[in-house]
Design a protein around this ligand. Structure first.
Ligand code: SF4
Length: 600
């Protein structure tokens, strides 16, 4: 078995994961919609990069690496050229290189990433911090290109190897030939990755794109010795049959391990293989809120507990808790032990002090490497939808309003204007986390940048986005400070808080506002409202949107994909988006009502 560059990157996060990856253990990353969404964006960036090289030749044969390497060898020996996805193998190491160029006696590696730099703001070298070191966020990418440089250098010692990273440059604006709609993903039946068709003017794209290709020879030189020895260590575990596993070092890092699947759900479970019996306690010590800070940032108390055979949440004593997260952690320990929810007595008092009307708002938007519209910069926000539930007065009517962009134009100013028209300047604005205010602040900056002159709108945005404005109340902060339910475990995400209050409060389920979300599964178990959103017929299939990534994907399909010129499909996608965003603000109202009703 060869060690590939992606194997190397995974093994750098934890050696034991290499074993699980090679043996195809089930992982939370399998069918992860967010990772798939990011990967799709990555394929588009890669396509843009390849289009910059008119002489590029795509190589294939993914299934037979030795044959693919032979093809690479023959092409490189034949003379200068540019090759996409060239395979290079040496002594159990395998590199598949995005763009490989032979220029005389030099081989250039161009590794394409959809991460971004800002060539105006980052200074001379974006891959170096203020003190000259390599920042942790760039290290995995630079180690990846170092790995390839090593393999290529070993396989072709007669050449000099020069490594480059090709990344997205946020200082550049997209022209009409460098926008999202020009790149169309196409699934190939027997392929493991989609192909991307380009539908713009290639000559114009080459003159004006949003990429930066940066020489990283210095960084690679610095990382080379370490990457070389680690690659050799990892590759050695793949040479035996069966392959061997690097001894797991269990600890707090395991909280976010992609192999931490619920026990009993799959035949193979990497987390269970690493932790053994210590994987089984429920609630588990890893469920503690901000367990990464338990005992201090640079201390791993979870690892120390595991050495003593302890992994229950209740093994954590309150004397160990300190710092800003201690009150929340204490509350979690206390309520988990008692199996009850907790609500501060002052929570209702706080909520009661907020003036009517109460507006519960939620936004949907995307931030893509290749922007939707010409003139936008990479990763600039596009806000395409809002939902608002309003309680007009105490015990009074609840109104739902919404807005979804359907015009093929930059949507943010219409987004802000329609929201302003809806919620005006009176009453209270409830949000869940700071996301909504961050988006409004960004739109305010875009007004200046794009010359959108509208003093009234600018003034309106300046008001709620002024930090400390009492009109805006973050329910997530209130949840963190005043509310806990054992089923939330260590999370204050609305996706955890809603199901907790939903299961706890029969009054909510009896409220006509939430009637459509009261459903049970075939065994009669009450469903989480997010699981009740009905799939809708889209063409010949049925689809459902119940998380933010799905909303972004469906919006793109509606605006730029197969639904662009198909009214029926478009309407189907619109309904999917509207029903999802409506539930997010209905969820906030449900939580607010539960808090006003008091703990059960
Ligand atoms: S459970 Fe922990 S030790 Fe095991 S693979 Fe995951 S991160 Fe590594």
């Amino acid at each position: 078995m060869n060690l590939t560059k992606s194997d190397f990157t995974v093994a750098r996060t934890c050696g034991a994961k290499l074993y699980y990856k090679k043996l195809h253990y089930p992982s939370l990353n399998d069918d992860n919609p967010y990772l798939e969404f990011l990967a799709d964006g990555g394929y588009m960036v890669e396509t843009m990069a390849k289009l910059l090289f008119a002489d590029g030749k795509e190589l294939g044969n993914w299934a037979e690496p030795d044959k693919a390497f032979e093809e690479t060898r023959l092409l490189l020996e034949a003379g200068d050229g540019t090759f996409f996805e060239a395979t290079v193998v040496h002594n159990g190491l395998l590199a598949r290189i995005d763009i490989l160029r032979r220029v005389g006696n030099t081989l250039q590696i161009i590794e394409v990433k959809s991460s971004s730099v800002d060539s105006e703001a980052d200074g001379q070298n974006p891959f170096r911090g203020k003190k000259g070191g390599i920042p942790s966020e760039w290290r995995p990418y630079l180690e990846d290109v170092t790995f390839q440089t090593i393999v290529l250098g070993l396989a072709f010692p007669q050449f000099k190897v020069v490594p480059f990273l090709c990344v997205v440059d946020k200082a550049k604006s997209a022209t009409a030939n460098a926008t999202y709609d020009k790149f169309r993903l196409r699934q190939i039946n027997d392929g493991w990755r989609p192909e991307v068709d380009y539908d713009g003017n290639v000559d114009e794209l080459r003159k004006s794109h949003v990429l930066a290709i940066i020489d990283v020879s210095g960084e690679v030189l610095e990382l080379k010795a370490n990457v070389e020895s680690e690659a050799a260590r990892f590759a050695a575990t793949l040479q035996s049959n069966p392959i061997s596993r690097i001894a797991p070092e269990i600890g707090k890092k395991c909280k976010r391990c992609e192999y931490r699947l619920p026990l009993g759900q799959t035949e193979k479970n990497g987390f269970h293989d690493c932790w053994g019996k210590l994987a089984e306690p429920a609630p588990h010590i890893l469920d503690l809120f901000r367990v990464d800070m338990l005992g201090g940032k640079n201390n791993d108390l979870v690892a120390q507990f595991a050495l003593q055979g302890k992994a229950k949440l209740s093994d954590v004593s309150t004397e160990l808790l300190s710092g800003a997260f201690a009150p929340r952690q204490n509350l979690q320990l206390e309520c988990s032990a008692a199996g009850r929810e907790s609500m501060s007595p002052i929570l209702k008092e706080i909520l009661s002090s907020h003036p009517f009307p109460l507006h519960f708002i939620d936004f949907e938007g995307s931030r893509l490497a290749i922007p939707y519209h010409a003139g936008m910069r990479p990763y600039e926000q596009s806000s395409f939808q809002w939902s608002c539930h309003s309680i007009l007065n105490s015990g009074g009517k609840i109104e739902h309003t919404e807005w979804l962009n359907t015009e093929d134009a930059f949507p943010n100013f219409a987004f802000a204007q329609t929201l302003k028209d809806q919620i005006g300047n009176g009453g209270t604005v409830y949000i869940w986390s700071h996301y909504e205010m961050d988006i409004l602040r960004e739109i305010r900056c875009q007004m200046d940048k794009y010359g959108h002159a509208n003093a009234e709108l600018a003034h309106w945005i300046d008001n709620p986005t002024t930090r400390g404005n009492p009109r805006v109340v973050d329910l997530c902060t209130l949840a963190q400070e005043h509310y806990f339910h054992p089923s939330m475990k260590g999370s204050v995400s609305i996706k955890y808080v809603l199901p907790s209050v939903w299961m706890a409060d029969t009054n909510l389920r009896a409220n006509p506002l939430f009637e459509k979300y009261v459903k049970t599964d075939s065994a009669g178990t009450l469903l989480n409202p997010y699981a009740t959103l009905p799939p809708l017929p889209i063409g010949e299939e049925e689809e459902v949107v119940n998380e933010g990534t799905g909303a972004m994907r469906v919006y793109q399909e509606m605006m730029f994909g197969r639904a662009k010129n198909d009214e029926a499909l478009r309407n189907g996608y619109k309904r999917l988006l509207l029903q999802y965003c409506e539930l997010d603000t209905a969820a906030m109202v449900a939580i607010w009502m539960h808090w006003m009703n008091g703990a059960k």
